[in-house]
Design a protein around this ligand. Structure first.
Ligand SMILES: [Zn+2]
Length: 370
């Protein structure tokens, strides 16, 4: 018994004389002002709502938002604070998208199934991609009416008004909960970009109606405005890829140069259907593929057709009344392995909401005898 008491005393003494435990608060800092914010991305969905290949008329577990949705819910569950964005090219690119527009038509008051899915999943904001113009300006304008969240693009301008054709950016007012459970208000600026090449690719639909401005110029114009309006952090929904080829006015893949713009805190990339961080970008200078940084800025690109969910985890800290990004890490989660075996369950509630449109498309293809 005595021995035990002695041992306890010895341990207590040892504990007291040992250095402070690692979770101790650094002097002069307040841990309650540290917030984890998770940013989620889907990109280049191209109307892939279902894990189905309409060309081969069979299940394909490597694609489909009804699979990605399960990852979205999982990623949200893990995080105290999260935001979900889509990075464009979501309406066109498969027979479902075609059938909806060219055969059945998007009737007045009806919400496009892709937007029905976005509404159901409560995206915080979306940007539109170059392919959104393939069906013409009036189609995209009426389709966007069905969205329950803001949509942004900062580099397409109306010729008539000389102003941005869409809302260039939006300020999301949110509450974030810190590590001690206290809620804080935060203003998140969200801005969108797309390649200027739309004027070539969709000349018939766009000429005489809109013009484009270079991506980086538009960022330089609007980011300071967003800061002046009190944006704590700024997220770029950049429907553009990643390349360090010398920048010019019509750079199609502008992410590398967007990372150099002060004020932008995180970039969601797309358009190239690639994966970042990933081996495609092994030779990109100033790039950390472990943390997903380009020129020190967090970037993510989540493949295409819903194959992956992009995730950027930001650690924010309040410094002199302003939220600053202290640390970040980017990654992507896949819905299937390399052999196409599904890694996630289907989001049945989402499937129920879009099943009708999917089945109509399948029936239509059958009738054509394709
Ligand atoms: Zn694109």
């Amino acid at each position: 018994m005595r021995k035990t008491i002695f041992l306890i005393l010895a341990l207590l003494l040892f504990w007291q004389s040992s250095p402070a435990p690692s979770f101790a608060v650094e002097s002069g800092t307040n841990t309650s002002e540290t917030v984890q914010l998770r940013i989620l991305e889907t990109t280049d969905l191209h109307a892939s709502l279902v894990n189905y290949d309409y060309y081969q008329t069979k299940v394909d577990n490597r694609i489909g938002l009804i699979k990605t949705a399960t990852l979205i819910k999982q990623a949200r569950k893990e995080a105290e604070n999260s935001l979900l964005f889509d990075n464009g090219d979501h309406l066109k690119g498969n027979p479902l998208g075609e059938y909806l527009v060219r055969v059945r038509g998007l009737h007045k008051g009806k919400i496009h199934p892709v937007y029905r899915a976005f509404n159901y999943l409560h995206y915080d904001a979306v940007t539109i991609g170059n392919h959104e113009f393939n069906y013409g300006l009036s189609f995209i304008k009426s389709a966007l009416k069905g969205l329950k969240m803001p949509y942004v693009n900062a580099n397409v301008y109306s010729i008539k008004t000389q102003k941005p054709y869409f809302k260039p950016y939006v300020m999301l007012k949110r509450k974030v909960v810190d590590e001690s459970g206290t809620a804080h208000p935060i203003k998140i600026g969200v801005i969108g970009f797309m390649p200027t090449q739309i004027m070539k690719w969709d000349k018939a639909n766009l000429e005489g109606k809109v013009i484009t401005k270079p991506i980086v110029d538009s960022a330089k114009e609007f980011v300071p405005q967003m800061k002046a309006q009190g944006a704590d952090i700024i997220i770029a929904l950049a429907h553009t890829g990643i390349s360090n080829a010398p920048y010019h006015q019509d750079t199609e893949h502008a992410v590398f140069y967007l990372t150099k713009i002060p004020g932008i805190d995180a970039i969601l990339a797309g358009h190239a259907h690639s994966i970042f961080p990933g081996p495609t970008y092994n030779h990109l200078p100033n790039t950390d593929l472990e943390l997903g940084l380009i020129n020190g800025k967090p970037v993510v690109m989540a493949g295409s057709f819903g194959s992956r969910l992009g995730i950027i985890d930001l650690k924010l800290k309040k410094v002199a009344g302003k939220w600053r990004v202290l640390q970040s890490s980017s990654t992507t989660w896949a819905i299937a392995d390399e052999n196409g075996n599904s890694l996630v369950k289907t989001d049945k509630a989402l499937y129920k909401r879009i099943k009708g449109d999917h089945q109509e498309t399948v029936e239509f293809i059958k009738k054509l005898g394709l």
